[in-house]
Each structure stands twice: as C-alpha cells, then as structure tokens.
Design a protein around this ligand. Structure first.
Ligand code: GTP
Ligand code: MG
Length: 617
C-alpha cells in the first residue's frame, strides 16, 4: 500500500515536473528540430532574443494579464515567462518577448524615472510595473485568457527541490534513465539562458554611447550546454569585434574617416586592470540590479564579479582572454555531436560535487572546467572514440574558421563537424560509459602522464604539477595547474570508490525486483552521490584530515559483522552492497588493502615531523 502511494506520489511529481518543463523542452526541441545551430548562430539567436525582451517586476504573477494588456501598446508580445527572486519575500518578475527589438525599445523608452529614489535614472531593460496613479482607471484586463499567450513558465527560475529530484531519479527504470533524468531536470533551462543574455545586453547597452561596437559576450557553462540551473554567467567585454562573426564584412569598403582615439601609453595588462576598475565603478554606481561588485584584478585573467539582484545571478566579467570564449565553442560542439556527452558530464559533475571534489569557489581542487576536460578526453581515447581530437578539428579548418585573438593565440578549428567526417561507432550505454570513466581514471597515471585533448592521448608530463591537462588553445599552459597533490590523490580514490559502487549497482539493477521496491531506496546513480550535505574539509589542513576521513570509511568495513556483505566504502548510511561474484569481492578487497597501504605511505611521508613543524611556523 505504502509502495503504491509512493509510486503515485512519484507519478504526480513526475507529471507536475513535466508540465513545468514542457515549455522549456518544447523551446529547445523546436530549436534543435529546426536545424542544429552552430555556436555563433546560437549566440546570435539568443542575443537577438534578448534585444526583443524586457524584464518587468510585478507584484505577483496575477498582474500578468494587466501587464500584457498595458505592454501590448508597444508591439506584439510573443511570449512571457515568470520567475521569482527569493529574498525575505519572493519578488516576482515577468520577462516579455516582443516580436522586434524596436518594440522592446519603445517599451523601454516609455519608462520614467522613479521619483521616490534619488539615484541617477538609467535606461535599461529592467523595469517595474507600478500601480496606476490614484484616481486613474486600471488598464482593463483582457476578456478572455486565450487572446494572449499564457505565461510559458511559472516561477521558471526555480531549482527543483532536491527531494523532488531524488524521487524522480529513484523512479527511473534503469541507470541510463537516471542519468538522462538528472540531466533533463538540472540543466540550465530556456529562461535561464534568456536571463543571462539580458544581463549581457544590459552591460553592452550601458556603454554603447561611448563604445558603439562593444559586445558583452556570454561564454562558459551558460552557453556551452554544460551549465546547470543557477550556474554563474561568464561574460567577456570586447571593444572590437574579433570574434569572427562579422569578418566577412570587414574589408568591403574601408572608410576614410577615422575616429580620433586616446592612445594607451602603459602596458596592456595594467591598462586592462585600470579600465576594469573604471567599469567596475560604473556598474556598481549606476546599473540597476548590480550589487556586491568585487574586483579581482591580480588574477591571470582579471575579472569583476557581481551579483544581479533582479536576475538572481552571479556574473564574472572579464575584458581580456578570448580563449575562454572559443573554448566554450569547442565544448558546445562536443556536446552537440553526441547526445550522450552532456548527460554523462552532468552525472560526473554532480558526483564530483557530492563527494566534495569540486567547490564553487576556486582553490587547490579540480574545477568544473578541468573535470569536463577529463570527460572529453575519456570520450576521445576510447577504442571506438565518441569525440574527435581537437588536432583533427584544427586540421580540417578552412579559411572561414580562422580565429586569432588580439594577443595572438590561434583558435582556428573547423566549426562544421560534418566536414570532419567523424562518425562514432561506439554503442555503449550511458551507464557503461560512466563505469568506464571511473575505471579509466582509477588506472590513469596522473604521476607521469599529461592529458591532451589536442591529440586525444596521454603525453609525458612536462613538469611536476599534480595533474596536467594541456590547455587546448594555449598548449604551453596547464588547465589544472591549481590542483594540489592531495586533491589529485583524492580524485583517484574517489573514482576508484565510484567504480566499485557503480559496478555493484549495475549488477544489482540486473536482478529482478518487486514492483516499486526500487523507489523505496537510493539505488543506481544515487548511490554515487554520497554525503551531499557533509561539510567540506579543505586542504589548508594539509593531508591528514582527509586521509583520516577516508580511512575512517574503510574502518567501517571491520565493523561489518558478515564478511560476505561488506559495506560500501562510500556510503556509510546506504544499505550494504552484496557482491554476488566471489572474484569481484576478492578484487575489491585487494584494491582496498592496496589503497590502505598507499594511504599509510602517503600519510607517513606527508605528516610533518616535530622539527619541520616548528621550522615552518
Ligand atoms: P561553471 O561555472 O562551474 O558552471 O563551469 P564553467 O565551464 O563556466 O567554468 P568557469 O566559469 O570556470 O570558466 C568559464 C569558461 O572559461 C569555461 O567553460 C572555459 O570555456 C573557459 N576556461 C576556463 N578555464 C580555462 C582555461 O584554463 N583555458 C581555457 N582555454 N579556457 C578556460
Ligand atoms: Mg562559469
């Protein structure tokens, strides 16, 4: 009975969620069905959509009919999306998309300044729908709701509750379906992408008077198809269009009239820092919604970080280093090439987050970007590769693919994958690939080998970094230079643990189970996502704390009364894993013993002696 109730609850959650995501899915399906967009086409499409859009704060979604009626006077409204930003109380917003940028501009131009505030009025696509002046008539609601487009999302920016997500994933029929569900329900949705392009447009429009060719280009996970709901927005501000999209127009009829320009006398880097400081002040002082502006100008790529309170969004704005933009293009192309690439990467990113390998703040641990590179490399080096090498893409490049950044970095590679003639014959399922990924990196010799996505094979490591991933666009750099020995070791341990867990999960899934039995417990993919709420111990404590933590987990095995049903080393709270095959069990025991010995050795060599502790103080 309980089972049946839970099942129907799950079905209900599933249905609710389907209704919620229907518009998003329809939007992306439409986009994909029409034609597969190239990266530049996708970016161009989203930028145009942003130019046709405005965001209006309303008192609740119930204001929508009145807002629609009022705003229709400026043009034809194609669609409307509602979202909330939760502070003390929920603030409601509606994104309206007009059929042309002129209509959106007319709506913005009709805006007036807020007399109650003493700030400098700024024109931007962020508006507020105030109550009509006392005594005047409210804009009448439209008679029938079918005469205007329904809100295509209600609270469309809301992340799914983790309990709801877990229930959905538990209700899947297979691990493959779990991977797909996780991807479907956690990826950045259509509204998330729209809001990010509006944030970019706001910056661009704010400076367009003085810098008419300036472009604020989103890149990173917001646009490469690997972003999850709530991911940050990486933005690069360009003053000359060197992103290639308008190259063909460049030499048609060069004008004889040249702008007078102030010459920069100081060197490039300090000049960029100075400019960024100035833009940081401007954003901070004038742009509505922009708050908590932080300047991180000493980093390799100087950035300004800020929060956008009308979009509930973290933004990283840079002005140099276009390679990140082109790297996003490569990742976008990889994601488009095979439907397994993104769901697989999502599961791996989630696994890494849940076991504390990744962390939103940068540090000595692996970044999401490096982890994504590990996944791409794994897919390249398979016997039947799923992805081509970047070297092959560079070889297939034509004149139109030529891209060189202003600091001379060559980012030329074929933008059209079809030209490469690459077809994967790999038929592995998602769960097989996931297991192979963990097994591959359990064996990978991080100590001596570097990962090259350009060649799709491991190379000798050129230096003593703990982990070496050749930067695909600047091949003398190491993408994972920040990763410490300890974190690299932890990765090796965690991939090994994950391989053990997943292997037995795959076996368990093959066993027949009673109706609804699986929905009762975490199973399959979910058993990889261990201790999600556990606070992280970070490496400034050096090796010891983490090693104790891991060995503590091993020690739990000793407490297990029945040796034929050892506890999974990764899940202290989940039910014990039964290894049906004696060979597998023995193999697992062997690896555990070897790991324990390795840990002891590492601990021995890393524990500072009394003397060294004293001298290091
Ligand atoms: P999340 O923000 O964690 O969701 O992932 P992300 O892919 O956006 O990563 P991040 O914000 O750290 O970096 C943004 C983008 O910059 C990445 O997607 C890459 O395209 C690019 N990028 C980051 N680090 C490097 C690097 O070392 N080399 C190159 N070429 N590009 C990089
Ligand atoms: Mg990012």
């Amino acid at each position: 009975m309980n089972c049946l109730m839970r099942r129907s609850q799950n079905l209900l959650l599933w249905r609710n969620s389907c209704v919620k995501h229907r518009s998003t899915d329809a939007a992306s399906a439409n986009r994909n069905a029409a034609t597969k967009l190239s990266y530049e086409e996708f970016i161009g499409h989203q930028q145009k959509q942003a130019q046709r859009s405005i965001v209006v704060q309303v008192s609740s979604e119930k204001s929508y009919p009145e807002l629609y009626n009022y705003c229709s006077r400026f043009g034809s409204i194609l669609g409307a999306h509602h979202y909330c930003v939760r502070q003390d109380e929920a603030l409601h917003y509606v994104l309206l998309e007009y059929s042309s940028s002129g209509e959106a501009a007319a709506a913005i131009d009709s805006g007036v300044s807020n007399g109650d505030l003493c700030g400098v009025p700024v024109r931007s696509p962020f508006l507020w729908f105030r109550a009509p002046p006392a005594g005047s008539k409210r804009t009448p609601n439209l008679a029938a709701s079918d005469t205007f487009p329904a809100l295509s999302a209600l609270d469309g920016g809301r992340l799914m509750e983790s309990s709801q997500l877990l229930a959905l994933v538990r209700g899947a029929q297979s691990i493959d379906e779990q991977v797909l569900l996780l991807h479907k329900h956690t990826r950045l949705n259509d509204l998330g992408i729209r809001l990010r392009f509006l944030a970019a447009l706001q910056v661009q429009q704010a400076i367009s008077g003085m810098f008419p060719s300036a472009q604020a280009q989103p890149f990173g996970s917001s646009v490469n198809g690997f972003g999850k709901m709530g991911c940050d927005l990486d933005l690069i501000l360009r003053f000359n269009d060197d992103t290639g999209s308008q190259k063909s127009l460049a030499n048609t009829d060069p004008s004889r009239l040249v702008f007078h320009t102030k010459e920069n006398l100081s060197n490039g880097r300090s000049q960029t820092q100075r400019h960024m400081e100035c833009f940081g002040d401007m954003l901070h002082l004038f742009l509505p919604g922009v708050c908590h502006v932080r300047r991180i100008l000493q980093a390799r790529v100087p950035i300004i970080k800020y929060h956008h309170e009308h979009l509930n969004l973290e933004v990283d704005l840079s002005m140099s280093n276009l390679t990140g933009f082109y790297m996003s293009e490569l990742l976008y192309m990889f994601g488009e090439l095979d439907p397994r690439v993104r769901p697989l990467t999502f599961s791996i990113r989630r696994w890494a987050q849940s076991c504390g390998l990744t962390n939103p703040s940068p540090g000595r641990w692996i970044s999401n970007f490096s982890l994504t590179c590990l996944v791409m490399f794994f897919l390249q080096q398979l016997r039947q590769p799923i992805l081509p090498t970047i070297g092959a893409l560079a070889k297939a490049a034509e004149q139109a693919d030529s891209r060189v950044t202003e600091d001379g970095i060559n980012c030329t590679f074929a933008r059209d994958m079809d030209r490469l003639g690459f077809r994967s014959r790999n038929q592995s399922s998602l769960s097989e690939l996931l297991l192979q990924f963990f097994e591959f990196y359990s064996q990978f010799d991080f100590h001596n080998r570097a990962i090259s996505l350009n060649e799709g094979r491991a190379l000798s490591k050129p230096d003593h970094s703990a982990m070496y991933i050749v930067n695909p666009l600047e091949q003398l750099l190491n993408v994972s230079k920040n990763v410490s020995m300890e974190e690299c070791e932890r990765l090796r341990i965690e991939v090994r643990n994950a391989a053990w867990v997943l292997e037995s999960e795959v076996e368990n899934v093959a066993l027949p189970v009673g109706e609804g039995e699986r929905q009762e417990h975490s199973w399959g993919l979910l058993n990889l996502f261990k201790h999600p709420e556990k606070p992280l111990i970070r490496p400034n404590m050096f090796f010891k704390p983490r090693m104790v933590e891991v060995s503590d987990l091993f020690e739990q095995k000793e407490l297990t009364p029945n040796p034929s049903t050892p506890h999974s080393p990764t899940s202290s709270s989940s039910p014990p894993i039964t290894y049906k095959s004696v060979a597998v069990r023995q193999q697992v025991q062997g690896i555990k013993t070897a790991t324990r010995t390795e840990l002891k050795q590492i601990r021995g060599s890393s524990t500072p002696t009394k003397n060294s502790r004293r001298s290091s103080r």
